[in-house]
Ligand binder design. Structure first.
Ligand SMILES: Nc1ncnc2c1ncn2[C@@H]1O[C@H](COP(=O)(O)OP(=O)(O)O)[C@@H](O)[C@H]1O
Ligand SMILES: CC(C)(COP(=O)(O)O)[C@@H](O)C(=O)NCCC(=O)O
Ligand SMILES: [K+]
Length: 248
């Protein structure tokens, strides 16, 4: 069965048509423009399931209204209906995109594994050996790391993370210093948290059990991202898997 999935993030809304865990097509929108513009009429009667998640609650009534208008039944993934159990203090607090990506990573590995979603925020999450969503870390995303300084200072420019040389050790001008501090610094934050997870939950490198997703994965230096497993539609795959698991 084809499942139309919608992952509403703080910056972008990622839509993907997924069948048997395979992504058939994708389309992205600015979240600020999404709920008002989207025309769901094409989905009606298409024999297609609809699964979605949102970390922008004010959008939810609008999208629900839209589904109702077009008569489309739909599944919103949450901690209440998640097929993945939780080992955290307040499951209802966990971002629905974090739940979706954690489920989606189950297509790639057996638990335990690590899921890194580099969006507006970066989240680094653990699914434990029992297959439970076990929590993780939330930090500013790459854009916050880079843009904030250029917005809040008189002399720091906006940088393009793609141009940063990950091998550079010390910056010899402003741009290089920002590349080392902001871009390499962002990567080192992620690697440092992953390293702690590895030490505490794997006892060895978990590079083979770590998956990356989110907009920043595509703009980080090649020599950091190369060789890592990246799935841009991880949350969408997870939404489709969750829908299939709960519909059984
Ligand atoms: N040119 C860029 N410079 C810095 N960050 C970028 C750039 N392009 C994309 N990003 C990062 O990607 C993020 C958007 O990723 P996305 O996965 O769409 O986020 P969300 O899931 O929060 O909507 C931006 O907030 C930013 O961190
Ligand atoms: C951490 C997030 C902001 C990430 O959102 P994103 O960057 O993908 O837009 C989102 O998952 C969220 O608002 N979570 C709620 C708090 C929590 O997960 O504990
Ligand atoms: K996200």
């Amino acid at each position: 069965m084809k499942i139309f999935t919608i992952d509403i993030g703080n910056t972008h809304t990622h839509c993907a048509l997924v069948e048997c865990g395979k992504v058939l097509s994708v389309s992205d929108f600015d979240t600020s423009a999404f709920a008002c513009d989207f025309n769901f009429s094409g989905l009606k009667g298409g024999g297609c399931g609809v699964a979605w998640c949102s970390v922008v609650p004010k959008i939810n009534p609008k999208i629900s209204e839209n589904f109702a208008k077009f008569g489309i039944s739909n599944f919103q993934l949450s901690s209440k209906n998640s097929p993945m159990p939780f080992d955290v203090k307040n499951p209802e607090q966990v971002g629905q995109d974090r739940i979706a990506a954690a489920i989606g990573a189950g297509k790639f590995f057996e638990p335990p594994y690590i899921v890194v979603d580099m969006g507006t925020a970066v989240t680094i999450d653990l699914v434990d050996k029992f297959g439970r969503y076990a929590g993780g870390a939330i930090a500013p995303g790459l854009y916050a790391f880079t843009a904030y300084l250029s917005e809040k200072t008189a002399q720091l420019p906006m940088i393009n993370p793609k141009d940063a040389d990950f091998n550079l050790v010390i910056g010899k001008n402003t741009l290089e210093a920002m590349n080392v501090g902001c871009v390499k610094g962002f990567c080192k934050l992620v690697d440092g948290i992953i390293g702690d997870f590895e030490k505490n939950f794997f006892g060895k490198s978990a590079a083979e059990k770590t998956i990356f997703t989110g907009g920043s994965a595509g703009v980080l230096p090649e020599n950091w991202i190369a060789g890592r497993l990246v799935e841009p539609s991880l949350a969408n795959i997870g939404l489709a898997m969750a829908f299939e698991m709960v519909s059984k």
